[in-house]
Design a protein. Structure first.
Length: 173
């Protein structure tokens, strides 16, 4: 029994020592930490189906290539390249997205070697749901009002004539 306790302790020590000296796998280096931010729309975030949106954002590594995707529909929308200050500006076609609410993501390396994710929520509407500009109808319908006034005046004149004729007749008592 004493021997099995010693073996267990030796295995535990080896495990702890192995975990303490373990290195991060090479594929994970440089991709973390992931920093999240917000894209800015240079046009409206409500877009008619098949339309485009112009976006901008900063913080990327200068000269790096960033992927643009629609996270809500898992759709690749294109790439863009950061300028010398790490800023991107891109006009993105949303033709592959159905009407509804979508999150546009721009992902690429940041200036410190980590990963930068910028996002923006857009709403795509069907062309038939775009309202056409219609002027409000103000005022009244003058023709209908004039006809009602004329009819009321004629009825009043007729009643006045009837009352005068009755008063002018002699009464038989």
């Amino acid at each position: 029994m004493y021997r099995s306790v010693r073996r267990g302790a030796a295995l535990l020590a080896a495990l702890v020592l192995g975990l303490a000296t373990a290195q991060t796998p090479a594929f994970a280096q440089g991709a973390y930490p992931v920093v999240e931010g917000t894209l800015t729309a240079l046009s409206s975030t409500t877009v008619t189906e098949g339309g485009t949106i112009t976006i901008t954002g900063g913080g990327f590594a200068p000269g790096s290539t960033e992927d643009i995707t629609a996270a809500s529909a898992v759709t690749f929308l294109g790439t863009t390249t950061a300028d010398a200050t790490g800023t991107i500006t891109a006009t993105v076609s949303l033709a592959d997205l159905a009407p509804g609410r979508h999150t546009i993501m721009v992902t690429g390396p940041d200036a410190t070697g980590g990963e930068l994710e910028l996002s923006l929520v857009v709403v795509i509407i069907a062309p038939s749901s775009v309202s056409k500009a219609v002027l409000a109808q103000t005022g009244t319908h003058a023709g209908e009002l004039a006809a009602f006034g004329g009819a009321s005046a004629a009825a009043g004149a007729a009643l006045l004539l009837i009352v005068r004729r009755r008063r002018s007749r002699p009464t038989d008592f």
